[in-house]
Design a binder for this molecule. Sequence first.
Ligand code: SF4
Length: 328
Amino acid sequence: MNPFIYTRPADTGAAIKSLSRGNQAFFLAGGTNLVDMMKMGVVVPEKIVDINRLPLRNIEAVQSGLRLGALATNSEVADHPDVLKNYPLLSLAINAGASPQLRNMATVGGNLLQRTRCPYFFDLTMPCNKRAPGSGCGALAGFNRMHALFGASDKCIAVNPSDMSVALAALDAVVHVRGAGGDREIKFEDFHRLPGDEPQLDNTLAKGELIMAVDLPPSAFTKHVHYLKVRDRSSYAFALISVAVALDLDKDNNIKDVRLAMGGVAHKPWRLRASEDFLKGRSATEDNFKQAAQIAMQGAKAYQYNQFKLKLAPNTILQALKTASGQV
Ligand code: SF4
């Protein structure tokens, strides 16, 4: 392992200042992704800024909803009474990811920043524009079974691996960040980015910006929710396809409001806006769900080894909608 500077500041100002002074400088929280990448040589830091002493672990009710501190662990969020009561979709999504041990270490902020699990990203002998910009993409003509259906580019076809982020996208979360220039809010949908010509950039954070918290706005989606994750084994695997569904149904089973997002299909959590627009005001029937699932697939593009996702994705959407509405 290469030598690096390690600092452990006690306040956010010092942490931001310390990070912005380093070239290959990284914030360290739970370390469940960063430390792996360091061991494999995918990331070679010059400086690690350990933020675990910062007071960012609270989960608290605020005027705008529920605030999840950036250092709250995935387990603390998933098990929190307010999350279980008002945002059960988030709890389901978090518990679909990783293992109990990892969820006890991984943090809210770290979950948003975890990097793709594309195998070529981790293989230093292969080209990868995300790891080494300009080197090419090993997955384009390689084994691209896990890769994207939407929003990819000829530079990168990787997908975002987070389950938690799929639920946060569906719940219209807001990310609070702090940098040298002050504080700002980022709508969750704008936090992660598509690869375009710069796949090395996963998100819209400016250099040195620190995630402070994620806010969940008040939610009517307390009952008819489901997170369905399809993967190669029943636990501790990344999604081939995942679907987050939240329905607000009236007494006649009509859809007052709906949120839909997919994971495992794009460089960012993929919100299914057109399907939501189709479903709003319609009744919660299997036929309408099927049509919504087909609408979601418009613009999908598969590669050599992930053609199966073109069928798996709408089937997963349909099953998730049926489960959330109590039809299975
Ligand atoms: Fe790298 Fe992206 Fe290509 Fe994977 S898909 S090899 S992460 S550039």
